[in-house]
Design a protein around this ligand. Structure first.
Ligand code: AMP
Ligand code: MG
Length: 309
């Protein structure tokens, strides 16, 4: 895999590859994505193949604006008002809207659903490539079910033998995948995935999950358990939020995320990767100290990383 600097020349190279139906790994502010032209079925098939992603798991289509031709279908008046309000408040940024699908989006991008997931990314490299190529479908640039990459080096570790190019846009500013919200015909909102935009789940609302939201995801190779009363057997790699926790638990390697949840989110996946790679038998994670703000999304990722371990 070749790592490209985000210069005008190299972006032109990446854009040419995307226009030719190839895939290129690109930075976004959430995590690195494996991008392909959203309307090109060959490109979409290459995304699924490179990731070993099952085709029932739909992709997010990256646009510059809600009205990108052919992406989103006709909207009911209240649906349009709600979508425009959310886009005004959070775009460009880590919020994905699930809306009726437009005529140019192939089945492969939506897993055959009548809806499409759309997002306008904030990262200048992602925006430049969408401007040059058109809408880009891009799931996270990791093998299916594994930890999302938040740097170009992480992408090389995940897909280095399967994808030819990654554009290096530096470490991701948010570090968690986008929040996904479905916008219904009457403008009603359903949180499908907590993520980089802090939105509270409606209390008592229906527990709807996005397709592809499997219980085991973001999985390290080592087992991950939560810090509890009894110490697990074996050598421990510790993921702590509170520096005081790090000071009191003995571990082969410790990563301290800190108590500022935005900073913790930014470092979470890189810390998990480092702990997964170290000489320990088990990762022990301190539960996220809060569910407020980004705490909801961080706790969600840790629970999925622990699932079935
Ligand atoms: P990723 O890009 O890897 O973060 O995955 C994108 C996620 O978006 C999928 O796993 C789904 O959970 C969700 N998604 C994409 N399209 C739809 C849709 N039409 N309806 C509901 N959820 C969707
Ligand atoms: Mg993913």
């Amino acid at each position: 895999m070749e790592v490209l600097a985000p210069t005008a020349d190299q972006l032109a190279r990446a854009a040419a590859r995307l226009r030719a139906g190839e895939v290129v790994a690109i930075p976004t502010e959430t995590v690195y994505g494996l991008a392909g032209a959203a309307f090109d079925e060959r490109a979409l098939a290459r995304i699924f193949a490179a990731k070993d992603r099952p085709t029932f798991d739909p992709l997010i289509v990256h646009v510059l604006e809600l009205d990108a031709p052919g992406v989103v279908g006709p909207l009911a008046p209240r649906q349009r008002a709600a979508a425009e309000r959310l886009a005004r408040a959070h775009w460009p940024g880590p919020l994905t809207l699930v809306l009726p699908r437009g005529p140019r989006v192939p089945d492969l991008a939506t897993a055959g659903l009548p809806t499409v997931a759309v997002r306008s990314p904030r990262h200048p490299v992602a925006r430049a490539l969408v401007a040059a190529v058109g809408p880009l479908a891009a799931p996270s640039a990791n093998r299916f079910g594994r930890i999302s990459p938040t740097s170009a080096a992480d992408v090389v570790a995940e897909l280095g033998d399967r994808v030819e190019l990654v554009v290096d846009g530096g470490p991701c500013a948010v570090g968690l995948e986008s929040t996904i919200v479905a916008v219904g015909e009457d403008g009603e909102l359903t949180l499908l995935r907590p993520g980089g935009v802090a939105v509270e789940a409606r209390p008592g609302g229906p527990e709807v999950r996005a397709p592809g939201m499997l219980p085991s995801h973001y999985a390290p190779h080592k087992p991950l358990v939560f810090l509890g009363a009894s110490a697990p057997a074996g050598r421990v790699a510790l993921l702590a939020f509170d520096p005081a926790t790090a000071a009191r638990v003995a571990a082969v390697r410790t990563e301290v995320l800190g108590l500022d949840l935005e900073a913790a989110a930014r470092r979470l996946f890189a810390a998990l990767r480092a702990l997964d790679a170290c000489d320990a038998d088990v990762i022990v994670a301190e539960p996220c100290p809060s569910r407020a703000g980004l705490g909801h999304a961080i706790a969600d990722r840790l629970e999925r990383a622990a699932h079935g371990k």
